[in-house]
Write a protein of this length. Structure first.
Length: 94
C-alpha cells in the first residue's frame, strides 16, 4: 500500500474546543494530515492585526519546526492565534 503524502497541516493549541474543531475538519476531508501543537509566548495577547504580520506570539522552537517542513497545500486552524499563524504561513508559501 502506497503511503500518501501529508499535504494538510492542522494547527492546534491548548484551547480544546479550537483544537477539536480543526482536527474534526481535517478528519472530514479524509486525507492524511499532520497535527502541529502551537505554544505561545507573552506576545500572544497582541491584537490579531499584528499577529498575522509576523508570528511574534509563537515560541521560536515551534516556528522553526513548522518552517523546516515542506509547505502543505492546506493549513487548518481554529481560533484567533492559530488563524494568525495560518495567514502568515500562507504569505510565506506564495
Amino acid at each position: 500500500m502506497k503511503s500518501e503524502e501529508k499535504n494538510i497541516m492542522v494547527l492546534v493549541d491548548k484551547r480544546i474546543g479550537n483544537a477539536n474543531q480543526a482536527i474534526a475538519l481535517a478528519q472530514k476531508i479524509g486525507k492524511p494530515f499532520d497535527i502541529v501543537e502551537v505554544d505561545y509566548n507573552r506576545f500572544g495577547r497582541l491584537p490579531n492585526s499584528l499577529l498575522s504580520i509576523w508570528p511574534l506570539h509563537v515560541k521560536k522552537e515551534v516556528l522553526e519546526k513548522i518552517r523546516s517542513r515542506k509547505s502543505p497545500k492546506i493549513v487548518i486552524s481554529s481560533g484567533r492565534r492559530t488563524a494568525a499563524l495560518a495567514i502568515h504561513l500562507r504569505k510565506l508559501s506564495k
